[in-house]
Design a protein around this ligand. Structure first.
Ligand code: SF4
Length: 188
């Protein structure tokens, strides 16, 4: 987002005002709570979970006129009791960000640019390439003639957007293919 001189001055002005009122001993908590109340007044509460790690903190989403207007930790949920880490606290901005990807992006080998692709095309490509690579590289037996079914030329990187249960299913599917090299993004 580009900052104009006007928006910069407005931002600085609001910051100075808050700082001054705060320094003068005014409790800004109530004013902030009031502004927040206005924002979510009449909104429907929708319970969901933070998608960023396996803790799965519970979130309350406020939906007004079919649009998400705010997210916050659910104080009634025993795991997070309303608190969220920095990633979960920034969840709403992920929804509103212009940088959010909404379609698969593909960069062809040796290409210098990304192309937007459909999910159908992307999933077909993944299935096709996994099968082709596995058919070519699968190691069925080791040097001693023992069955090993090892698929060593594919690496799987998991995502914190998957729940524990999804990770368990993905792990089993990969082991079924013989994949031995895998890791999880939340660990990195
Ligand atoms: S990323 Fe943070 S807020 Fe989200 S589930 Fe994990 S600990 Fe909770």
């Amino acid at each position: 987002m580009q900052s104009t001189r006007r928006s910069f001055l407005k931002g600085v002005g609001a910051g100075v005002l808050c700082l001054t009122l705060g320094q003068m001993g005014f409790d800004l908590g109530e004013a902030k709570a009031y502004v927040r109340k206005l924002k979510i007044e009449g909104a429907k509460e929708v319970i969901s979970i933070c998608p960023f790690c396996a803790v799965q903190c519970q979130i309350i989403g406020h939906v007004k006129d079919g649009k998400l207007v705010s997210t916050e930790g659910d104080p009634d949920y025993p795991i997070n009791e309303g608190s969220l880490c920095a990633k979960g606290a920034a969840l709403f901005t992920m929804y509103t960000s212009d940088h959010r990807l909404k379609k698969p992006m593909y960069r062809a080998p040796h290409s210098d640019h990304w192309e937007e692709k459909s999910w159908e095309w992307t999933l077909d490509q993944i299935a096709h390439r996994v099968k082709e690579t596995r058919d070519r590289d699968i190691i069925l037996k080791n040097d001693k003639g023992q069955t090993v079914n090892r698929f060593e030329t594919m690496f799987w990187m998991g995502t914190s957007h998957a729940s524990n249960e999804e990770c368990a299913v993905i792990h089993q599917a990969l082991r079924g293919l013989g994949v031995v090299h895998m890791d999880h993004q939340a660990r990195v």
